[in-house]
Design a binder for this molecule. Structure first.
Ligand code: C5P
Length: 299
């Protein structure tokens, strides 16, 4: 049995308001502590049932050059993992329209993978337990469980798969995203961390408290990401671009994930538009976004 109509959902980007790298692990990953927050820069995903294979079609403003080949595409991998796990004989056609930059440090691929699991679980009427879907999500990528969890803001630990959802902040957070057309490879950023940049004692508690109080200025002041030094070494122009955001009047600025996207936090939409106008020449693209309640939304 399968749902016959096309299911459509939006999958959101996320920023890291806090990211502390606690140590290297034996399995090639790093132990993390972080706070993830979803924003309304979204990709559109449509899933329709077919009799045969999994087909994935991706439309991207960035063109074909940056798209991974099919076997590495997270939408395809998520669909195949679910099909094999549940022994589904039918297939699906998945159409993805990308707006979240590929390799931008905004978790776009992870949110696409989470959206695929959720859409196909519904399309194929599998009704899998959330715990099973979360386990599959963790195998697809460290950030996929967060996107699947339904939380818009969460404390994350482990390699990213251990989640403790936080209540949504009482006020929307507004961001200016400074995007780059040239991706950064996450493994390269992690492997460029120096010994003394790992395991620095930091607590997410002050950021958690600032979020709970809706204290935007404090959230902005507390932004921290241990991946900034290695990302800035790999892409030295990012440090100047972060300063440009600060000079343009943001309350605080930081690197999103492993970069190269930079973001600034501002008080409201008007301030965001003003800052975006001032840094338009600094970045390849600029986007004004705000908090979303969750990474995934059926439309
Ligand atoms: O899990 P995911 O496939 O998204 O991770 C991509 C790469 O990022 C990993 O291969 C690893 O090099 C790095 N990574 C890490 N520690 C984490 C998450 C990612 O070292 N917690």
């Amino acid at each position: 049995m399968a749902v016959s109509e096309t299911l459509r959902l939006q999958t959101s980007a996320k920023v890291n308001l806090f990211l502390s790298v606690l140590g290297r692990r034996g399995d090639g990953y790093h132990e993390l502590q972080g706070i993830f927050h979803t924003v309304d820069l979204v990709d559109d995903l449509a899933a329709a049932p077919t009799d045969g294979d999994i087909r994935v079609d991706v439309e991207s403003e960035e063109g074909a050059a940056l798209l991974p080949k099919l076997s590495e595409n997270l939408v395809y991998r998520a669909a195949m993992a679910l099909k094999e796990h549940a022994g589904v004989s039918g297939g699906a056609e998945l159409n993805l329209t990308k707006r979240i930059p590929i390799g931008g440090g905004l978790g776009g691929g992870s949110s696409n993978a989470a959206g695929t699991l959720l859409a196909l679980d519904r399309l194929w009427e599998l009704h899998l337990e959330q715990a099973t879907l979360l386990e599959m999500a963790a195998q697809l990528g460290s950030d996929v469980p967060f996107c699947l969890s339904g939380a818009g803001t969460s404390l994350v630990a482990g390699r990213g798969e251990q989640l403790a959802p936080l209540p949504p902040p009482p006020t929307l957070l507004w961001f200016v995203l400074g995007l780059s057309d040239v991706p950064l490879l996450t493994p390269e950023v992690y492997s460029s961390l120096k010994e003394d940049e790992v395991g620095i004692e930091q607590s997410p508690a002050p950021m958690t408290m600032a979020l709970a109080e809706g204290d935007v200025a404090e959230v902005a002041a507390l932004l921290s990401n241990d991946l900034e030094p290695p990302a800035f070494r790999l892409r030295p122009e990012l440090a100047a671009k972060k300063h440009a955001l600060v000079d343009a009047g943001v309350l605080g600025a930081g690197l999103s994930g492993s970069g190269p996207t930079l973001f600034g936090i501002v008080a409201d939409r008007q301030s965001a538009e003003r800052v975006a106008g001032r840094v338009g020449d600094v970045f390849d693209r600029v986007a004004v976004v705000c908090s979303t309640p969750s990474c995934l939304r059926f439309v």
